[in-house]
Design a protein around this ligand. Sequence first.
Ligand code: 5AD
Ligand code: SF4
Length: 351
Amino acid sequence: MMKQTHNATIEKARSTAELSHEELVELLNLPQQQLPSLMAAADEVRQRTVGNQVHLRGIIEFSNYCRQHCCYCGLRANNNDIDRYRLTPEQILDTARTATQAGYRTLVLQSGEDPLFSPKTIAELTAEIKKMGVAVTLSCGERSYETYQLWREAGADRYLIKQETADPALYKCIRPGHTLQERLQCQHWLKDLGYQVGSGCMIGLPGQTVETLARDLQLMKEMHIDMSGMGPFIPHPKTPLHLGCTGSIFLTLKMLAVARLYMPWLLLPATTALASLHPEGRELALRAGANVIMPNVSPEEFRSLYQIYPGKLNHHDSITDYFNRIKQLIEKEGRSVAIDLGHSFLPSFHQ
Ligand code: 5AD
Ligand code: SF4
């Protein structure tokens, strides 16, 4: 056991989420020997506010076609070096049924921005999956207010649309032709429509600083975000950012812990990106304040094709076997798998 050194700001963060920009920066700059104390504080706040349950979300990656050109992502439109696929509606519904039977209480429909899946098709799929008694999260990019409304009326509970970075200039560089403002507009629309909104950012983007990361947390708090997926940036060889450095596991764990201390209600995933970099990435994240795991439940033959970054964690288990493997991991950490739908803690926190 590493010796836990005292830090006044960690002590403060144990008892209040009211932290200034400077305090967030200070926590994010803590040296390695203070990581155990920071993680212990986040773990204590996690236990006290959102409890011991870990929420599992099964992700169905239903299409890897994308019309966008994000500079960090291997699915970008002009990467001709990957095999593209689309699941049929039948394949999607079969997968959803199997995942529901395995024990998942939330299913996430995720894709690139694929124009060939019409808003109506996605609405119909949402309505069908809702009949299975699970919560539905959509993660299908920037769409019009009307499209989000259609999907909400079809029964979608949540939407994932990460801010990626709170630095507007960096955002413009990494998402050519788009602005952070447009992204936040989508989040506002989704909130207005009654969705629970998941944001998040990448850690270790070229040109990003610890100040930017503190600002990322502040922006998510201002936006009343329900969930935040934060993972290390992993350079993809077929993208403009191929020369970037891989994001730090240490800094990622600090971000998770500080996010938990600063926004105690958050649904905070142990991201696949972190698990792809470290064999115990999920366990470490759970000890740093995380309370969500999002396993891939796509049919096996497509799993390796959704290569947003190289080395993305893959598995060859059946959906049920993998669910049970993750359940064991969670129980080994002294935690339990949630059996409710795992909705946002934000409303009750603010009552
Ligand atoms: N490294 C890490 N995360 C990435 N994402 C996309 N590309 C990368 C990468 N190279 C994340 C982004 C995006 C989601 C699809 O995956 O945060 O929102
Ligand atoms: Fe497309 Fe999303 Fe990748 Fe951007 S991050 S290229 S929108 S799949």
